[in-house]
Design a protein around this ligand. Structure first.
Ligand code: TRH
Length: 491
């Protein structure tokens, strides 16, 4: 097993807390996945307890409601847990077509497949029914003893997907309250009824919000005897779960920003020469937005040339409409057929718009790094824009009861606290206008504050990087393990 913290450091951090029968259990459990050296250290060091161990396996459940946010976050977390922390990760997703947009090598027709170190499973309505009886793994049957880690295909061929022997993982993540399948829950309960110490740790990963109440709700338990579900809130302050950040992301970003060759390769990959130094490069990923026309007008008549890169998506019909009386220029695609407008290039006044294909998730970061300002939407692209360390404009996911305005303001209050009143006003002005349907009027002020907004974007990314969601999640797993061990001990 790979430890986020080295075994010796963990042992050092968590001195002997538990009685010897626990230590015996722990060492036995660790044998499953430790390297020989780690195992040696584990057996030698009697202070090693269950509380120090990362989970060996993780199930992530994702129900795609709309757009790409739910799957975007789930997929990012799945990859990170599998590749950086060496967990056996299964991601259950009910919409493989959406997943395949983020991970083009995925086959939307397969029930079970392995993508980038993650076992990806189609979660369809009856996937776990009829309700399977939980069978503890038995060496005689040859089943894996690592929960949640039975190899793909062990349950039949991908098409058949006989799921009757799905064993819940050590760590179960229910993304955005998607509701676990009943039979999976039943299997979790059965394990818990047999032995409290080996029950899965069940986390509900919540939506991101900067609102104050999040700190109070982060890590709260919600008992569902014999199980407990814990709420885990991403967030922007130390008392929240932090944000998803891959170990090497900021280093890769900096390498990209300091290397003209990498930048040229990027521009070439989207069919362009590197733009002239005086061109303002803007990416625009957005929902339908009545403010678009005003914003485009401002860029058309502005003093600085603007190159606006629009990944295909919901704003596209409006972009096409804006240029309705202009022929696309330099379209790399033939002039008929679906998708022509999606790859088109338009130009008016000082504005050039280039429509880009939706790229795989890892490449989207490069687009954000390559631009001077990023317009983003929803949740995950908004976080990525923050890691890019560039000024950004967030179109929040609109909610019918308008509570999204409070979420927007809560974020602005945090972010703007370190800005001068002028820059704060400029940022708030454009953000509120963009979300309220009137982008053009606020552009000039935002543009004028750019130098300060640039600096703030960099310092903000630095501050946030100290609060890493995946690390916090695994720490929390260990924290719950320790709590349970104390409870058992106290009985
Ligand atoms: O797609 P979204 O609008 O998702 C939304 C929000 O998450 C919202 O909070 C949620 O409630 C709602 O869905 C149901 O925006 P988001 O979150 O930015 O997700 C987009 C994902 O797509 C993100 O992971 C980045 C990725 N992406 C690519 O992989 N390639 C691309 O070319 C682009 C533009 C985005």
């Amino acid at each position: 097993m790979y430890f986020g913290l080295s075994a010796s450091r963990v042992v050092h951090q968590f001195p002997l807390l538990l009685p010897s029968h626990w230590i015996k259990f722990t060492v036995a459990a660790m044998k499953i996945a430790l390297s020989p050296i780690e195992l040696y250290a584990a057996e030698e060091n009697a202070a090693l307890t269950k509380s120090c161990i990362n989970p060996a396996s993780c199930d992530i459940f994702c129900n795609v409601i709309d757009n790409y946010g739910d799957i975007g976050v789930s997929w990012r977390l799945a990859r990170q847990l599998a590749n950086e922390f060496r967990l056996n990760v299964r991601m259950w997703v009910d919409d493989l077509a959406s997943f395949a947009r983020l991970c083009p090598e995925a086959d939307a027709a397969l029930e079970i497949q392995n993508c980038r170190g993650v076992e990806v499973r189609l979660w369809h309505a009856d996937a776990f029914n009829p309700l399977p009886a939980y069978r503890p793994p038995s060496p005689a049957s040859g089943e894996s003893e690592v929960r949640g880690a039975e190899p793909a295909g062990a349950e039949g061929t991908a098409g058949e997907a006989n799921l009757s022997n799905v064993i819940p993982a050590d760590l179960v993540i229910e993304a955005f309250s998607c509701t676990l399948p009943e039979s999976y829950l039943a299997a979790m309960m059965e394990i818990a009824n047999k032995s409290d110490q080996s029950q899965a740790i069940w986390i509900n990963l919540e939506y991101l919000s900067a609102e104050n109440w999040v700190e109070g709700c982060h890590k709260l338990p919600s008992p569902r005897p014999p199980l407990t579900r814990y709420f885990f809130f991403p967030g922007f302050t130390k008392r929240t779960g932090g944000l998803l950040l891959e170990r090497d992301l900021l280093a890769r970003r900096d390498a990209f920003l300091n290397d003209e060759l990498q930048q040229k390769v990027f521009w070439k990959s989207i069919g362009m020469q590197m733009p002239a130094a005086d061109t303002l490069k803007i990416s625009l990923f957005a929902y339908e937005n009545a403010a678009l026309e005003g914003l485009f007008d401002a860029w058309v008549s502005g003093e600085q040339p603007v190159l606006c890169l629009v990944p295909e998506g919901r704003i596209l019909p409006q972009v096409v409409q804006y240029f309705a009386d202009a022929m696309p220029v330099n379209s790399p695609l033939p002039p008929t057929g679906e998708g022509v407008e999606e790859r088109a290039c338009y130009s008016r006044g000082n504005l050039q718009v280039r429509v880009l294909p939706f790229v795989e998730q890892e490449l989207y970061d490069e687009l954000l790094w390559a631009c001077d300002i990023n317009f983003v939407r929803g949740e995950d692209s908004c976080v990525r824009a923050q890691w890019a360390g560039k000024p950004f404009v967030w179109q929040i996911y609109p909610q019918h009861d308008a509570v999204h305005w409070e979420k927007l303001q809560a974020f602005l209050d945090l972010y703007d606290a370190a800005l001068s009143p002028e820059a704060a006003r400029a940022m708030q002005g454009l953000w509120r206008a963009w979300n309220g349907g009137a982008g053009g009027v606020a552009w000039a002020e935002f543009d004028a504050a750019r130098a300060e907004l640039d600096e703030r974007a960099k310092s903000w990314a630095r501050e946030l990087s100290e609060n890493n969601l995946a690390l916090n999640l695994l720490d929390f797993f260990q924290e719950i393990g320790r709590m349970r061990a104390f409870e058992i001990e106290g009985q």
